[in-house]
Design a protein around this ligand. Structure first.
Ligand SMILES: [Mg+2]
Length: 159
């Protein structure tokens, strides 16, 4: 299974609109946030799904993660989104090591979460793929670099 982060990986989201970043208002139960999809994210997800099952693993809350997936066409079914409420609860009851053969794709500066997410999945650093943070600024490198990332994921999965 391929697990991919949401914030600063697939989207850039803020509480406030910005003059420098074109964000749209995402509405969900209990709130709203301004969010921008990363160029190339949909293409990346499509190519990853050709390799295997893809799930979102995010420290964000479920209602927002689901709203972002729907709004930006990321294509995650509700059961394919493991959001903060679920994985922190799973982790607390020591249901760690849920996918030792999995791969995690995360943004590089979220270092404090890499360890916890890897522990949750039961994977080593060798199964973690990092992307530069997406803060909404353009141009962004993913549009050009996603085929390389998919190739690295394919290589790890073949080990
Ligand atoms: Mg992140």
């Amino acid at each position: 299974m391929i697990w991919i982060d949401l914030d600063e990986t697939l989207v850039s989201t803020s509480e406030f609109p910005s003059e420098e970043v074109a964000r749209v208002l995402l509405k969900f139960k209990g709130g709203s946030l301004w969010s921008s999809p990363r160029p190339g994210a949909v293409e990346l997800l499509g190519a990853l799904r050709a390799l295997g099952e893809v799930r979102m693993l995010t420290t964000a809350v479920r209602v927002y993660a689901h709203a972002a997936s729907v709004k930006f066409g990321f294509g995650f079914a509700p059961e394919e989104i493991v959001a903060r409420e679920q994985w922190l609860k799973d982790f607390a009851v020591r249901a760690a090591g849920v996918d030792p053969r999995g791969i995690l794709i995360d943004n590089e500066s979220a270092v404090e979460w890499h360890f916890f997410k890897r522990s949750y999945l039961g994977i080593g650093r060798d199964r973690l793929l990092l992307l530069p943070d997406y803060m909404g600024m353009l141009p962004d490198t993913l549009q050009e670099s996603w085929p390389k990332l998919v190739e690295r994921a394919r290589e790890i999965m073949s080990r």
